[in-house]
Design a protein around this ligand. Structure first.
Ligand SMILES: Cc1ncc(COP(=O)(O)O)c(C=O)c1O
Length: 453
């Protein structure tokens, strides 16, 4: 077996602007709606929870947004991230496909999440905010924000979905190292948390619940703003540095991807690797953009494209997105970061426009692929990232069957060193596949608000 070839960009080549897909969409994105009036939500609706700089980015019409210097300085501690040709995996699969992965596990938090956490903490600090409140599923986002807040001298409060809080005690410790206060969600420190606990004391929690808790905390405290780790336009914008770097790195190798793959929770990871390739599609080049999600939380593959709340407590504006219904509580699968009822409005629209594709996998074949990848490439992937790997392996095997030299690019969004409990469960044969029953989906969709088209 050969060793994998690492192709690293010299630091000077790091992009200095983020890629904004908004002005490139076929038609404008359906606006967020104020749930009380049913009218488009403007900056005034968002300013109580987000700083102005991020609200402006959320609605930005410019095709490129400059990355502020202090953000670039912290990016440089781990960017450009490596692009790796997975030659040993190619050999193990005996495929003619070329498999490349962008590795985001090199950041302090071990995932892609710092790309936006650093940018968000910076803007909040500039505007005099003292504390940020947020939710976290797998603990990756909370870790990233805790670290970013420490970098800019902000306080940080994290509501961590209960199932992950219990499965991943060391993620909690990591956040505490950086000074964050971490609550198991639903918690007893918010009204919504207490209500959910009273209704269902054994709930595994969900991102929808944790978001409500963080929002309640924000609106009740003047010097606090809310920070979201996915879904929103500005978050996706910040993550495009991944795809921009990958494009430059591949160009230097004389390669162009035929398919770009990312796992999809709220959508920022997938968008990060895939959005910069929208320009290639618009220029007429054939490149497939494939989002991968769990069958236990099949937002893109089975959820309707409709207006819905981003949280259980109905505190967010209504977003037009693929959704399983804001009251949906996914099964406690091990890819905690993929357990969200909604999808980014940008990804949802691109799917509706036929610009991207989506596919869902159950967790056991996902872990099969994760272990195969780890044994070939020497890196333990996060369970979320392993969803992308499953799809990569299937693409590579299909290319083998067809005798095609397909070029596959995917984002290895994080390492799995805090997720070894999930691997334990896999090796003990305790992981179960979960397909969301149609009745459960119908039930969850009953809560969709009757607004918007
Ligand atoms: C390692 C990893 N990859 C991917 C995701 C999904 O991210 P997104 O919500 O950006 O789709 C997460 C979410 O926490 C994650 O931790």
């Amino acid at each position: 077996m050969s060793a994998s070839i690492r192709y690293l960009l010299p630091p000077g080549d790091m992009p200095s602007a983020w890629y904004n897909v908004l002005p490139r969409l076929s038609t404008p994105l359906a606006p967020p709606l104020n749930p009380a009036t049913g009218q488009p939500a403007g900056p005034a609706d968002l300013l109580p929870i987000f700083p102005e700089g991020l609200v402006m980015q959320e609605m930005c019409p410019d095709p490129w947004v400059d990355i502020p210097g202090p953000v670039l300085d912290i990016y440089r501690t781990y960017r450009p991230s490596p692009l790796v040709r997975a030659i040993r995996l190619e050999e193990a699969l005996e495929t003619p496909a070329h498999i490349y992965y962008k590795y985001e596990g090199v950041s302090a938090a071990g995932s892609h999440k710092p790309n936006t956490a650093i940018a968000q903490a910076y803007v909040n600090k500039q505007e005099g905010v003292r504390r940020l409140a947020t939710e976290t599923g797998a603990g990756q986002w909370g870790s990233a924000l805790a670290h970013a807040c420490a970098m800019f001298g902000l306080e940080c409060t994290v509501y961590m979905v209960r199932v992950s809080y219990n499965q991943k005690p060391y993620r909690r410790s990591f956040m505490q190292v950086f000074g964050a206060a971490v609550h198991s969600s639903p918690s007893t420190v918010t009204e919504i948390g207490r209500k959910v606990l009273a209704d269902d004391p054994d709930t595994p929690g969900s991102l929808g619940i944790a978001i409500s808790e963080a929002l309640e905390d924000t609106v009740k405290h003047e010097d606090c703003k809310y920070s979201l780790g996915s879904v929103l336009n500005h978050v996706l914008l910040h993550q495009t540095i991944i795809g921009l770097e990958a494009k430059q790195q591949l160009e230097k190798l004389g390669e162009q991807p035929d398919v770009v793959i990312g796992c999809h929770g709220g959508g920022s990871n997938f968008a990060g690797i895939a959005l910069p390739f929208v320009d290639d599609k618009l220029a007429g080049r054939t490149v497939r953009l494939l989002a991968v999600e769990p069958t236990a939380c099949p937002t893109l593959t089975r959820g309707p494209y409709a207006y819905d709340f981003g949280d259980l407590g109905q505190m967010t504006p209504l977003l037009k997105m693929h959704t399983l219904g804001h009251s949906f509580v996914p099964a406690g699968i091990h890819a905690g970061g993929l357990r969200y009822h909604g999808a980014a409005p940008i990804c949802s629209k691109l799917l509706a426009d036929g610009m991207i594709e989506a596919k869902a996998y159950p967790q056991v074949p996902v872990f099969d692929a994760a272990v195969q990848f780890a044994r070939a490439e020497g890196l333990v992937p996060a369970p979320e990232s392993a969803h992308a790997i499953r799809a990569v392996v299937d693409e590579a095997l299909e290319a083998k069957e067809l005798g095609e030299e397909r070029v596959i690019l995917f984002n290895l969004s994080g390492h799995g060193m805090f997720d070894l409990g999930a691997y334990d469960a896999y090796f003990a044969g305790e992981l179960v596949d979960y397909d969301l029953p149609a009745e459960a989906l119908d039930r969850a969709l009953k809560c969709l608000p009757a607004v918007g088209g």
